[in-house]
Design a protein around this ligand. Sequence first.
Ligand code: SF4
Length: 193
Amino acid sequence: MANKKKTHWYNYLWIWSIVYFALGFFNILFAWLGMIDFVLPLIFAAVFGNKWFCNNMCGRGQLFWVLGRKAKLSRRKPAPKWLSSKWFRYGFLVFFLTMFGTMIFQTYLVFSGADSLHKAIKLFWTFKVPWKQAYSGSILPDWVAQFGFGFYSLMLTSTLIGLIVMVLYKERTWCTFCPMGTMTQGICKLKAK
Ligand code: SF4
């Protein structure tokens, strides 16, 4: 009899990835939940020195696999070598962190009162899309929502890039240059020394 791999609850976290974007469409404060995906891989790498999160718990990586392999949306062609080269991976990480810093600065401007809340998201760090439906005020200060808009933009943009490379190349091509993957790999390497 064929050996069937046991499935766990965390094998279904790809559903959470879809739910996350749906929630953020209606209320931008839910974008904060994406911080879990930012912090957990780093904790796993720093504490256990492994990429267990990437291999088992990343809903985004799973989503690319489900859509690419199971729904057959991927051409499953080898990606160009430069996409997984060191200079590109680290270059993209620096770019990503710079954009993250810019988003934090924008949040700070709203926090300090130097700017007002922008109810919009930015796709591919360029295209501004009105996202007014996602926020009509709350008991929280505006900077909390501003962070939500910025973070949601980052999450959506990186997922869209991941989907594009999933269609063009192999299912999880995004993982070869994902900034979180690059950071966790770096931490694991440092821990192994
Ligand atoms: S490399 Fe990035 S997208 Fe891929 S599994 Fe790890 S954290 Fe998720």
